[in-house]
Write a protein that binds this ligand. Structure first.
Ligand SMILES: [Mg+2]
Length: 247
């Protein structure tokens, strides 16, 4: 059931979505299986959990350092996920004294993200919105992950932008400005839907968008978390909320 922390008085002109864990599943268990395939392909001397844990340590450092939200002009030079993930593999291989192809392993991660299962509510929700509002996607992702995945839905999106195409990661305001520019809408006319309270909700709130948190797991908003305008458990609640506004 939807929770409206603020009650929108007008229906949006556009709804933009995050991709992973919002429209498509992306679990760590899937990543561990994929790491098993990388190990097999290159004959690496790790088990999949060991490689995942060692690589993830560097990957979390990349995520923590890639955006200086207080002043994004101070952020380090942009790196795509393929570049960053290959770099994480290179660091692990160097630490462990292993001769292996870090670039190929990074490429496999990007490819992996182009084949994720769609949530069962995604297509019906998007179909119910198409034609009523503009529908867009901004994803922290490389184009080689995002574009094949969105194409697989058969949905014609009005605007699609990635961190790679805009050279910026959410929650930086420039990410939201990019998708607003492509949709041709103002922040107060636009809703942003995502699963992540920092990247999606804090970022969208900061830009003055109405934020919708898709909470599929029954998580709680913590005391330090950004508060979404609206909380839903199923994307099909969105078209219902929008059509009920002003009635
Ligand atoms: Mg997400």
């Amino acid at each position: 059931m939807a929770t409206l922390n603020s009650s929108p008085e007008t229906a949006p002109k556009a709804v933009a979505f995050d991709c992973y864990r919002t429209l498509f599943s992306n679990d760590h268990d899937d990543w561990r299986v994929m790491f098993g395939k990388i190990i097999k392909e290159q004959g690496l001397p790790f088990d999949q959990n060991e490689l995942w844990d060692k690589w993830r340590k560097y990957e979390l450092q990349f995520r923590a350092n890639r955006t200086v939200l207080e002043d994004t002009s101070q952020s380090p030079p942009f790196m795509s996920y393929e570049q960053a993930w290959s770099g994480c593999f290179a660091q692990v291989f160097e630490d462990e004294g292993v001769e292996a192809d870090a670039a190929l392993a990074g490429l496999r991660c990007v490819e992996h993200l182009s084949r994720r299962p769609v949530f069962q509510d995604t297509i019906p929700a998007l179909q119910a919105l198409i034609g009523k509002v503009k529908v867009g996607v901004f994803s922290n992702a490389d184009d080689n992950s995002l574009r094949p995945l969105l194409k697989s839905t058969g949905i014609r999106f009005d605007a699609v932008a990635s961190s790679e195409s805009t050279k910026v990661y959410k929650p930086a305001p420039e990410a939201f400005q990019a998708i607003l520019g492509m949709l041709g809408t103002e922040p107060e006319q636009t809703w942003y839907v995502g699963d992540h309270l920092y990247d999606d909700v804090e970022g969208g709130n900061g830009m003055g968008l109405t934020t919708v948190w898709i909470n599929r797991t029954g998580a709680r908003v913590g005391p330090d978390d950004a508060v979404p305008s609206i909380e839903i458990n199923d994307l099909r609640e969105l078209p219902q909320i929008i059509s009920s506004i002003g009635k």
